[in-house]
Design a protein around this ligand. Sequence first.
Ligand SMILES: [Ca+2]
Ligand SMILES: [Ca+2]
Length: 230
Amino acid sequence: MTPFARQAEWLEWSQRDLAIGRKKIKRKERGETLMGLLVGLSLGLLVLAAGSAQIAHQLKGHRLALQDSHLHQDLRSAMDWMARDLRKAQYSASSWETRSPGVCTDPFCDGWEDFSIENDWIDFSFDRDHDGEQDDNECMGFRLSERVLHARRTCSGTGQWQAITDKGSIEIMALSWQTHCEARNGWLHRSVDMRLSARWPNDDSRQISLVQTVHLRNDMPGYLQPLLCP
Ligand SMILES: [Ca+2]
Ligand SMILES: [Ca+2]
């Protein structure tokens, strides 16, 4: 073999080795690229799962906050309504001529329907149309029955009591009344503490309570203290 032929053969071998090397490098690179893709994909899926969990958590928190807000709003509305009516208890347009510290002869101080409290139940009346007479729609009251707040609408007849809360969105767990009396120159000034507790339906962990003191506008003759503030 001539030196020239030997050199050519060496060159051919070198080129073949070089080609084989390139193929190995390409295969290795392909493997690394695939591995990188898989790692990237796994990381992406992890980030996506974490993001989804975070969004679900935030949505749940937002939903609970919204429900708590509705619960508080419903309870506040019920409390305001009761306080607004209770303030007028035993009002009579003609009281200036029927009442004095030792006398009360009008129809808004002659019966249990005019002002009485028993456990969660309160009854009272007021002269809605300012005529001095007790009309059938002038008896009011509030009570708790099967976790629903009821309001009294009439003095007699069927349908006296009507539900004013919906058990599907709020459950009233407790209702209580406490009267405080103060003697003022032969008259009796009264205030009533109202306590109301409620919860989200079937969820004891989400319960709120409100307390409000209502000052009654109409002072009553002092001699009625044993009846009105036992
Ligand atoms: Ca009466
Ligand atoms: Ca009336």
